[in-house]
Design a binder for this molecule. Sequence first.
Ligand code: KIV
Ligand code: ZN
Length: 522
Amino acid sequence: MPDKVLIFDTTLRDGEQSPGASMNQEEKLSIARLLEELRVDIIEAGFPIASKGDFNSVQAIASEIKDCQIAGLARAKHEDIEIAWNAVKKAKNPRIHTFIATSPIHMKFKLKLNEEEVLDKIKDSVSFARNLCPNIEWSCEDGGRSSIDFLYKCIELAIESGASTINIPDTVGYTLPFEFGEIIKKVKNNVPNIDKAIISVHCHNDLGLAVANSLNAVENGARQIECTINGLGERAGNAALEEVVMAMKVRSDLLKVQSNVNTSAISKTSKLVSSITGFPVQPNKAIVGANAFAHESGIHQDGVLKNVQTYEIMSPETIGLKKSSLVLGKHSGKHAFKEKLKILGYEVGDNYINEIFEKFKLLADKKKDVYDEDIIALVDDTHFNKSNTLKLKNLSIMSGTNSKHVASLELNFKEELKEVSGSGNGPIDAVFNCISKVVGFSPKLVLYHINAITPDSDAQGEVTVKLGYSNKEFIGKASDIDIIVASAKSYINACNKILNFEKNSNMQEGVSEISISNIKGI
Ligand code: KIV
Ligand code: ZN
């Protein structure tokens, strides 16, 4: 049997630390459910001390997810560790992940501690954590730039104090594959009690080497890889889960290891993470990019038709991609529609079906060919736009090369019909200005992204916006055959989240929140 490599997914923790990728509890839960379906071994659900919201999300994930270990991150401080424990303890298999920096530059300038003091903190924090939880992971932050002799001492002490997983991060993505592999080999050969722990790696992608470094570490004895969906994470991100998993699968002849991951859930997990965070996946991204399985040139197409393996080293089905198929037309009934939803992986209740089915009928009236992707967009749209404090009733636009851009909207706001019109630097700006007038605030538009869901010029446009408000970012998403309407609905979707956030923060006045930016890197 090939050796098993554990997959530790940190999309909900390191991934969420990508600037602008924050997610709410419901969004984190829906990602955690797919990570469970993906069969990752460990989900790092968050950094519980960072905020009340983070704590609640970790706790909710720990209570619901049964088939993965649930980890919470903590600095080498009793308070952090206790809070992390309280967040994960309901899990069937909880883990506390505690860390401290071990590189000269981090110890001197950030921690202002010498080697002896860091060793004291390792002993104190790991043994404190081990008294609470049987499953402890310890990380030497900036391990890639730490002195190897000091690393041996730290790791030996962490294991002696109760850690059963030793994670070696290349925090700043500085090392080269052979160099990082060498660190892992040396740790394996020189730390006397290393056989009592699993060696894990956590590589950042600043030089684009996170996946290569992780695989080289596996070659040299690491048996856990920390990674994120779509390679999300601080700065240039972490090793992409889909890449390390597929590399181990496709090249098992050389790597001789395997993961437990159900690769057929990769594509939909990637799509969900992209749609929740508003981070589009680049078309040429390995494994999950839109072009990853596209064959454009004549020579390639000819080869693939003769034998698919001429240009395909893995099949799209392995990651759960189904061929886009023409689905139902405007004469299709509700039963067939329900069956189609099932095939696409959606189990929806009767009320929900009625709502989506009505939207499908409207779409089928306007659009000749309705594809699976259109149906997925309808479900997502209905899901993302559940909140209805603010709803679009009607929209009309006057726009042209030489005329002013004027929008007129009818909106339901707090159960009252509001009519508003206004101008802007283009039709979309005019629409956004109108909506801002009604809600009474003008958030900053941080990101606007539009994507055609299917081929042809009658495709639905899927719009993602990210609005900055009160030092936070709110993502809105919507699709429609009319891209101005899709833009309006996605802006409204994000405004509804702001209104919800305002309502909740008024209700929770007095609850203190430590902002993640105050806590990162301490
Ligand atoms: O990059 C890093 O060092 C981390 C640690 C907290 C594991 O994210
Ligand atoms: Zn990291």
